[in-house]
Design a protein around this ligand. Structure first.
Ligand SMILES: Cc1cc2nc3c(=O)[nH]c(=O)nc-3n(C[C@H](O)[C@H](O)[C@H](O)COP(=O)(O)O)c2cc1C
Length: 343
């Protein structure tokens, strides 16, 4: 690990105290059950399943080729990214990360750090209101360079937030439909819910801009997302925070890609930590990945500079892994770079 990253992580460990131990490998074991906090829900199995599914994948190493300076850029949803990475929407710094930095400073670091390095940061939503407000403000200050994700609130609360999100100047909006699993919100009298296909179709058409549906874990729902008019899906179990005993996203991604690849943009997240992990999800069919917790650690430990340093480390690792697997471009990754004992 680069020296810069070590310092950032050491600082984050102090600042996040009991909320996140910034473990050598961020795998959900220490923080199992810590929601609020940085962990996975219940036993923490859905978080650890994300990690385990990625660890199980291995690369075929190939060196007899001419790939020395691979192209890590991709174009997704009409946006050229220097790396096939978006910072996943994460909010609630005070109750999830210990509050050593403010929500505003945190999300500005993510949005601006991503913009400076040619990728995109996303913003989260929840209760209290200042979570999404901080996100919209940061996106607006970055001239619309960022994607807000809104929870599946019931009816007018949802559309009120969508209008506020649009005012940030963004050209894309997401909904983490899996946040319907956050029963804490319903208990607070702020109901979120699943959406039947008809309702989802209406929502997407009423929003009238590039729409990303986050929290798709089965091929049949990916098919429904296409039917509803979504521009992209995020294959995600919400970092293991909404449903215990869900599979890892890398376990379901190939089946989903086999069904809908080319008809909808496929993003995926959960347990991605390194450049190698990025390449594994691309090989399974993702067009780009989202990364969650490591961006939080980088932002708390080093604000914008921390985020930029982390993106640099991902870039270096991805390039290295692309060379060693003979992958010339991130825009087209062959599934045969993955080792399959039966092939
Ligand atoms: C503390 C925390 C808060 C989160 N808040 C949101 C949110 O507001 N909206 C959302 O769509 N996802 C949210 N997520 C899920 C992330 O966007 C992402 O799916 C997940 O963190 C990916 O897994 P990883 O952290 O293992 O990379 C949150 C995750 C964490 C850890």
């Amino acid at each position: 690990m680069e020296t810069g990253m070590k310092e950032i992580r050491d600082k984050a460990r102090k600042m996040m105290d009991t909320f996140c131990k910034v473990c050598p490998i961020c795998n959900g074991k220490f923080c199992a059950g810590q929601v609020p906090g940085m962990g996975g829900l219940g036993s923490g199995s859905s978080f650890t399943n994300n990690i385990d599914a990625l660890v199980r994948l291995k690369f075929n190493m190939r060196l007899i080729h001419d790939v020395t300076d691979p192209d890590t850029s991709v174009t997704v949803l009409g946006k050229k990214l220097t790396l096939p990475v978006l910072a996943a929407p994460i909010g609630g710094v005070s109750f999830n990360m210990g509050g050593a930095v403010s929500e505003d400073n945190y999300i500005e670091a993510v949005i601006n750090g991503c913009k400076a390095k040619g990728i995109i940061g996303c913003t989260g939503d929840g209760v209290p209101e200042f979570i999404h407000q901080a996100g919209f403000k940061a996106i607006k200050a970055a001239d619309g360079h960022g994607i807000p994700f809104i929870k599946p609130w019931e009816d007018e609360e949802f559309f009120k937030k969508i209008e506020a999100a649009k005012a940030s100047g963004t050209d894309s909006i997401g909904m983490d439909i899996d946040a319907a699993g956050l029963i804490t919100l319903r208990k607070m009298g702020r109901p979120v819910s699943p959406k039947p296909l008809k309702k989802l179709t209406e929502i997407i058409s009423r929003i009238g801009m590039t729409f990303i549906l986050k929290g798709v874990m089965t091929a049949d729902e990916a098919e429904l997302a296409v039917e509803a008019g979504a521009a992209a899906i995020v294959v995600s179990n919400h970092g293991g925070r909404v449903l215990d005993h869900a599979p890892g996203s890398a376990e379901v991604l190939a089946g989903i890609a086999d069904k809908v690849k080319g008809r909808i943009t496929i993003l995926a997240d959960g347990g991605v930590r390194t450049g190698g992990d990025i390449l594994k999800l691309l090989a399974l069919g993702a067009d780009a990945v989202m990364i969650g917790r490591p961006f939080s650690v980088a932002a708390v430990g080093g604000l914008q500079e921390g985020v930029e340093t982390y993106i640099d480390s991902l870039m270096a690792e991805l390039k290295q892994t692309m060379v060693l697997t003979g992958t010339a471009t991130a825009a087209s990754v062959d599934r045969r770079i993955l080792f399959a004992p039966d092939r």
